[in-house]
Write a protein that binds this ligand. Structure first.
Ligand code: RNT
Ligand code: ZN
Length: 417
């Protein structure tokens, strides 16, 4: 074994932390990798499909973007090869295997995801799923499930019902519950006069969508809240309060996207409240900047605080950790890997905290000593433990990541243009 690692184990042990235990837990904690970093949220409904509307934007045209299912799968396999841990892959409905035919959103069927299920099985990952309520003419008004146009509303209700059926199918086939996240872009650029009316319509639509109950061993529903989006600055129908109330009363889990709150809001602080009242939570780990979300996730204080909130609440197993970011301006495989590895780092670091000692100090009114211990924790040789984790998972160490991804770029990505 590596000398640096052995020394690190001793230093953590002196603090009261069991490195082997932390490594075992992080290794089996699933992190769901979003498919949409690979092609800038384009999907495969049409050749050359691009993200269009929906209050989210993907910028950048770095070469090498996946142009079809085969390329996206090759890229995902590379990502799985270079990130440590246990993973799921999260698909959007627009990423179905439609066999070259146009299949509209209200026509999608489980069979369009058979080849993904086979792929997931071969790669040892579970699948999560998302209805796609953007990049579509029926979403051009900015409203989907809360539209006042009965035709638009019916179209998206059908899409959601089918998405839930597909999630149930994926979970039953793979034997791993599929989390079906619902995010809709519905909102307005300028102040609406009938907020209550739109929210009432959304509530009715959701009641229709969720009328069928599926076994929790196959699929579970999550509802993603949002504060605002690009072009929806004044109003988002599915606000935090809306979905928290809806989910609490209807047995769904809330999905908390780290990029969907005011910049100064501490999302990690919400977790202990939510997990007290909900059995489960879905996280969209993202990085907001100014007015937008979805920058590549980094091992920063926000992500570290979220991981610590999950571990310290003793509810890590109740958290479904999903990634959600997309950057088309840099090597997309690199972007993917950095974000997932950052999440894994945050979990490992949180699991290495001397929680009991910190709590004791707090209970005993030792405020200074509590701060001192957490400061001391920050300068322990975490990198040696992280590298050992990567070594055991057979993925590149931190200093091997760049050459690995540059090699893939030369070998695979550069051939795509
Ligand atoms: C958008 C939401 C949503 C999307 C993905 C593509 O603000 O965060 O989760 O990013 O579904
Ligand atoms: Zn999200």
């Amino acid at each position: 074994m590596n000398r640096m690692f052995e020394e690190a184990v001793q230093m953590y042990a002196d603090q009261g932390c069991d490195v082997e235990k932390a490594l075992a837990v992080v290794r089996k904690t699933p992190v769901s990798i979003h498919c949409w970093q690979g092609d800038d949220v384009g999907g495969f409904e049409h050749p050359g499909a691009t993200l269009d509307g929906g209050g989210i934007q993907c910028t950048g045209n770095y070469p090498g973007k996946a142009r079809n299912i085969a390329e996206l799968r090759t890229d995902l396999e590379e990502v799985l090869r270079i990130v440590p841990g246990t993973h799921k892959v999260s698909l959007h409905a627009s990423y179905g295997d439609f066999g070259g035919k146009f299949v509209d959103r209200d026509e999608i069927e489980p069979k369009h995801f058979d080849s993904w299920i086979d792929w997931a099985e071969r790669n040892g990952v579970g699948l999560d799923f998302n209805g796609t309520f953007f990049s579509h003419p029926m979403a051009a008004s900015g409203m989907t499930l809360s539209s006042k146009d009965p035709k638009v509303r019916a179209f998206w209700i059908e899409h959601e019902k089918r998405s839930r059926r597909i999630a149930d199918y994926m979970g039953s086939k793979l034997g791993i519950p599929c989390i079906l996240n619902t995010w809709i872009p519905d909102g307005m650029k300028d102040s609406p006069m009938d907020k209550y009316g739109y929210r009432k319509i959304l509530k009715q639509s959701l009641d229709e969508c969720f009328a069928i109950k599926y076994p929790a061993s196959h699929m579970r529903d999550a509802l993603e809240t949002k504060l605002f989006g690009i072009g929806a600055e004044a109003f988002t129908v599915g606000s935090h309060e809306f979905y928290m109330e809806y989910a609490a009363r209807n047995g769904q889990m809330p999905c908390m996207d780290l990029g969907h709150f005011h910049i100064g809001e501490d999302v990690s602080d919400k977790i202990s409240s939510i997990l007290l009242f909900h059995d489960e939570i879905l996280l969209h780990v993202s990085r907001p900047m100014h007015w937008d979300s979805d920058h590549v996730v980094l091992f920063n204080d926000t992500v570290r605080d979220v991981a610590q909130a999950l571990v310290f609440s003793g509810k890590l197993e109740k958290a479904n950790i999903g990634m959600d970011y997309f950057d088309g301006s840099i090597n997309r495989i690199g972007a993917w890997a950095i974000g997932v590895r950052a999440m894994e780092k945050a979990l490992l670091e949180a699991l290495l905290s001397p929680q009991q000692r910190l709590v004791k100090l707090e209970e005993n009114g030792k405020g200074f000593e509590k701060l001192a211990l957490s400061e001391q924790q920050k300068v322990l040789p975490f990198g040696a433990v992280w590298d050992e984790y990567c070594r055991r998972c057979n993925v590149p160490l931190e200093n091997e990541l760049v050459p690995e991804i540059e090699g893939y770029e030369k070998k695979v990505l550069n051939g795509r243009n």
